[in-house]
Design a binder for this molecule. Structure first.
Ligand code: PLP
Length: 381
């Protein structure tokens, strides 16, 4: 079976992990800090807080922005459920903005229209969670200009987009956002098996997020509110969680980060190759933009008139495991029970009916890719 995505582990990664097992602390040692510094250096952000998943990073992002009950958060329906769940964890209400047919990212006109209505009704969101779908950055400059007058916070869910750039600057530098999160799940740009990170230029956000990832505990005497600073003392000041990344995982992350640019180059090369090889098929292909370089987390095509289930199954019979990104979040039973319905976000729903994710990962060989293309040609007669 050819999978839609796959990690890339080589001997130096294994060595890095074994080195921790043999010689270092397994958690809360030097590797965690080293990984955070490497992420800051790569993205240009001032602060990184590494955690045990992208989902945890989204949760502490919401907590650090003080999102709670009575607050409203917006995201897009075309994402993994974690992009919306994080707001619900904090007791906030979630709502969605539909996507753009070409970029498959948030529709900036729909965002503007919804903001206008929200303003009229007197209920603006406290934050918007932007998803850089498939590794393609949202229109960050425009969106920050739209949201700034309303004082609405921006969280970038860049789970797909480590290694991408917007106007020649790395995604994760938080130039146009309050914070940005990454996931290091095995299908993402780099992996720590499970893991994630929050990037920010705001010292306060970094400190609060870090605290929530570590039980709400601080050991910094200068920030104690009650204890006097005996050598054994720490203070719990918030109800936090244990979202720590282990040093075993951090070592893998450091090692993987060395090859990130190589991974992205390889993904880009394959994506451009798909673009050429598929041009005559009855498919809508991903859009390319001069000012945005995608990390090419996934390569999604949209059928024009074929039956998705049939194509999916016929490709599977040929040993190719396609995938679907995403079932619109608001159509999940949990979200329907919150009051969402089919028809609420028609662009995301129509896109979902036709979207299929083709295999794309750094190790995919050109002959495997040729086989995927040849199979599609057979199936789409
Ligand atoms: C993978 C992913 C997440 C969650 O990341 P985990 O590390 O699996 O918790 C969140 N949002 C999006 C868009 C993702 O693709």
């Amino acid at each position: 079976m050819i999978q839609y995505g796959k990690h890339n582990i080589i001997e130096t990664d294994i060595e890095a992990v074994c080195d921790v097992l043999r010689n270092h602390h397994l958690t809360q040692g030097a590797k965690g800090l080293e990984f955070e510094e490497a992420l800051c250096k790569y993205t240009g952000a001032a602060h990184a807080v590494t955690v045990n998943s992208g989902t945890s990073a989204l949760h502490i992002a919401c907590l650090a922005l003080n999102i709670g009950e009575k607050d409203l958060v917006w995201t897009v329906p075309n994402s993994f459920v974690a992009s919306a769940n994080c707001a619900l964890y904090c007791g906030a209400e979630i709502d969605f903005v539909d996507i753009d047919v070409d970029s498959r990212n948030i529709d900036t006109q729909a965002l503007q229209a919804k903001l206008y209505q929200a303003k009229q009704r007197g209920r603006l969101p406290k934050a918007v969670i932007l998803v850089h779908f498939a590794g393609l950055s949202c229109e960050m400059k425009l969106i920050s200009e739209i949201l700034k007058p309303f004082n609405i916070a921006i969280i970038e869910d860049a789970s797909h987009a480590l290694g991408a750039s917007f106007e020649n600057e790395p995604v994760g530098n938080c130039k146009y956002s309050d914070c940005c999160i990454f996931s290091f799940h095995p299908v993402k740009s780099i992996t720590t098996a499970e893991g994630g990170a929050l990037m920010t230029n705001n010292e306060q956000i970094a400190a609060v997020a870090r605290s929530f990832a570590k039980h709400g505990i601080t050991r910094d005497v200068s920030s104690f509110s009650q204890f006097i600073g005996e050598p054994w003392e720490y203070e719990q000041q918030n109800l936090g969680f244990n979202y720590r990344l282990s040093d075993i995982q951090a070592a893998l992350g450091i090692s993987q980060l060395h090859r990130l640019n190589e991974f992205i180059q390889q993904r880009k090369k394959l994506a451009e190759r798909y673009q050429k090889l598929l041009v005559d098929l009855p498919l809508k292909l991903p859009a390319f933009y001069a000012h945005i370089q995608s990390a090419w987390h996934i390569y999604v095509v949209e059928l024009q008139h074929h039956n998705k289930k049939q194509v999916f199954n016929m490709m599977r019979e040929r040993g190719i495991a396609l995938n679907v990104h995403y079932i619109p979040i608001h159509l999940q039973p949990y979200y329907r029970q919150l009051g969402f319905n089919a028809g609420d976000f028609p662009i995301a729903e129509q896109y979902y009916k036709m979207a299929l994710t083709l295999p794309l990962y750094p190790d995919l060989s050109e002959s495997e890719q040729d086989y995927v293309v040849a199979s599609l040609k057979e199936v789409l007669v």
